[in-house]
Design a protein around this ligand. Sequence first.
Ligand code: FAD
Length: 317
Amino acid sequence: MKVTEHIEKAKGKTLFSFEILPPKKGDNLQTIFSNIDPLMEFNPPFIDVTYHREEYEYKELSNGLLEKIIIRKRPGTVGICAALQLKYKVDAVPHLICGGFSKEDTEDILIDLNFLGIDNVLVLRGDAIKSEGIFRPHPNGYKYANELVEHVTAMNKGKYLHDEYASGATNFCIGVAGYPEKHFECPNLDTDLHYLKKKINAGAKYIVTQLFYNNQKYFDFVDKCRNIGITVPIIPGIKPISIKNHLTVLPNVFHIDMPQDLVLEVEKCKNNKEVYEVGIEWSIQQCKELMKHNVPVLHFYSMGRSKNILKIAKELF
Ligand code: FAD
């Protein structure tokens, strides 16, 4: 079932969902299951699985030349989605990224997803790899997420890259990312919203936001979206902080603000055990307010760990 159908079916009740990462290469799928199992009590209608692009490493050869080696650290998104659907009977939402993939690679992934009965995809551009610093698209790939949304929409209309071999259409529900505090590469929020609308016009049916800790940023973002004619559901992304380091790491990595009240609470903590509890309490209060505003779904970034999310969900659902 499509994410948008789950939202319609809930008739205004806030749903619970979360996102997981594929385990590092060679890790056991059981680790993922043991984190998901306790969360199933809260009936997530869908679970997202992130996609990860390659990174490079250079190896020195015996002749002194450098060989560029491509490494994929977390492959397996498609397989994990299939396993989740079979084991838990929930809808898996694979993320799909432009970076590192040709148009053909992407289309093949989508065809596999279609065969596996996966109804949703979250379409993203992906980030730059560490060694490059700025995002460089694959030579035969897409530069922006809106182009990849157009590709999936075309497939939904039965149009493929090499049409002579095609028959039938896919029927994916497409989600995209939105940034209440703007995407870091964009000079201002209005321009970022202009591009967000481009993704919606290309066929995206819902938005999942970047994590944030100040609900007012989400409310303002939703208002701005509505003012420019974006009417699709906007799902807030929540990540409880769990260690003191998050105060600096999260703003650096995700380009978000930390409210001063939260910073002061964390700074009072004597150890990370206390920070963990502060993070849980902050998320509970954040989510309670979001639920009062009838958000369609609370989407948790679990990063593969579930204990704090379990505690939060117990208070809310
Ligand atoms: P885009 O929408 O393409 O935007 C990228 C930048 O370009 C923005 O600054 C935008 O304003 C600008 N822009 C957009 N379109 C155009 C255009 N047509 N012309 C000019 N400028 C334009 N990353 C992963 O690698 N794997 C994941 O699984 C993953 N999951 C994520 C899930 C969520 C909910 C979120 C919020 C992010 C996720 N990311 C993931 C990170 C994401 O890939 C990065 O934030 C990336 O830098 C931007 O992706 P995007 O899809 O928002 O890009």
